[in-house]
Design a protein around this ligand. Structure first.
Ligand SMILES: *Cc1c(COP(=O)(O)O)cnc(C)c1O
Length: 244
């Protein structure tokens, strides 16, 4: 490990190192179990609700991409961490009136779920002269509190997104049903994998599948996840309830 960035606490960094190592070991084990190359699954640390000093401690461990639910949090944290070279990834529901903040501060959106949002992002990204990666969030769970595009609407949205050259569509994202029932959770992940296969057949190259969180990532890896979004298993329990 190199020198700690200014004001990163050694205690926080040591804590995060242990947590991260433990997650990485479980990822590797899930890959072996699934007959997959461990290098084919990356970890997106989800820093929502955690403050800039803890993120700085994570940067000291070599992490440079962080997932956040709200652009408001990125607006608060980004200036405090401007020296860290962080790529901010939005994974939560986005209102179109946040497009300006996204275009200025965010490197990737995993929660693109409607054409209206794509249009708003495109307009603002053109102004900024930027191109960002996007994943289309698909609703694979019946839970009413989950966002995401309806499965039937995916082919149409993917076709329409070809017109937006500021958005590099590189994959799909989903949240599984919050359930102890493994087969229900797995069904959500399998659905996303199948949707990617169908999309590839229709001419859309979608290398990435963002699925799996602290509580369910081994199942997501078994179903082909290329990227898991991990918050509490790395940073600890959040004091505020998760909002999706
Ligand atoms: C909060 C959140 C996560 C991470 O959740 P943990 O259970 O803390 O790992 C992943 N994805 C999304 C969309 C989230 O909002």
């Amino acid at each position: 490990m190199s020198e700690l960035p200014a004001d990163a606490s050694r205690v926080d960094t040591a804590f995060l190192a242990v947590q991260l190592e433990s997650v990485r070991r479980r990822v590797d084990a899930a890959c072996v179990e699934a007959g997959r190359d461990p290098a084919s699954v990356s970890i997106l640390p989800v820093s929502k609700t955690f403050d800039a000093s803890l993120i700085r401690a994570a940067v000291a461990l070599g992490l440079h991409r962080f997932g956040e639910n709200k652009t408001q949090e990125v607006r608060e944290k980004a200036p405090q961490l401007a020296d860290c070279g962080i790529a901010w990834v939005i994974i939560g529901h986005l209102q179109t009136n946040k497009a300006k903040d996204v275009a200025r501060l965010v490197d990737e959106v995993q929660s693109l779920d409607r054409l209206e949002l794509a249009e708003a992002l495109h307009r603002r990204l053109q102004i900024e002269g930027r191109v960002i990666d996007v994943l289309v969030q698909v609703k694979t769970s019946p839970e009413p509190n989950k966002f995401g595009l309806a499965i039937d609407a995916l082919p149409g949205l993917l076709d329409a997104l070809r017109d937006y050259d500021t958005l590099r569509v590189s994959g799909l994202m989903t949240l599984a049903t919050n359930s102890q029932n493994e087969s229900e959770v797995r069904r959500c992940f399998a659905t996303l994998r199948e949707l990617r296969e169908q999309s590839i057949t229709r001419g859309h190259a979608l290398p990435r599948l963002s699925m799996g969180m602290s509580g369910d990532f081994p199942l997501a890896i078994a179903e082909g996840s290329t990227e898991i979004r991990v918050g509490s298993a790395i940073f600890g329990q959040r004091s505020t309830p998760a909002a999706f």
